[in-house]
Design a binder for this molecule. Structure first.
Ligand SMILES: [Zn+2]
Length: 182
């Protein structure tokens, strides 16, 4: 993987400047299906169910300087219609990157999957209830960039009971913004 230009979420390295960071990141300013989006005016459709078959097991929690990311073993699958995806990692954004009818959520979890193309599953998170798995993970979040911790995790316990969803063709949200994400 190429060495990415230095980037952040604020100031000179923030989102307004991401399209100029390096020529590899041009999709951010010149692309046609950039994520995140405001999920508004959705059209009801008869879509295939999302089937989650994620494994419980050892994982590594990494503070990569941009987010807290949990890297998992390659035995967790998601099926959607004829497509099968392998869960690579999941991570958190606060506030949410996607909007729903113009409204941000306090937090959004991204479950990043790999297929021939790339599939992502974002889950909006609201305060109010508690989730034992998230509390267990948060207790292990490394405070410093480049620090990591080991733990066992069952990612499916972070999902809501009903998996109703929005679907669209988008992109990676951090550099290099590749437009390969369902
Ligand atoms: Zn993300």
């Amino acid at each position: 993987m190429r060495e990415s230009a230095h980037w952040g979420y604020t100031g000179e390295e923030g989102p307004d400047h991401w399209g100029k960071l390096s020529t590899d990141d041009m999709a951010c300013s010149a692309g046609s299906q950039q994520s995140p989006v405001d999920l508004t005016g959705a059209i009801g459709a008869d879509l295939p169910k999302i089937e989650i078959d994620w494994a419980s097991g050892p994982a590594t929690v990494v503070n990569n300087g941009h987010t807290i990311q949990i890297n998992v073993a390659d035995d967790s699958m998601l099926r959607h219609g004829a497509d099968s995806y392998t869960l690579l990692q999941f991570h958190f954004h606060a506030p949410s990157e996607h909007l729903v009818d113009g409204k941000a959520f306090p937090m959004e979890a991204h479950f990043v999957h790999k297929n021939v193309a790339t599939g992502g599953l974002g889950v909006m998170i609201q305060p109010g209830g508690s989730n034992d798995s998230f509390a267990m993970l948060a207790a292990k979040f490394p405070g410093k960039p480049n620090a990591e911790a080991k733990l066992d995790v069952d990612p499916s316990t972070l999902l809501p009971g009903a998996l109703d969803y929005w679907a669209y063709a988008g992109s990676l949200t951090p550099p290099p913004f590749s437009e390969v994400v369902d």
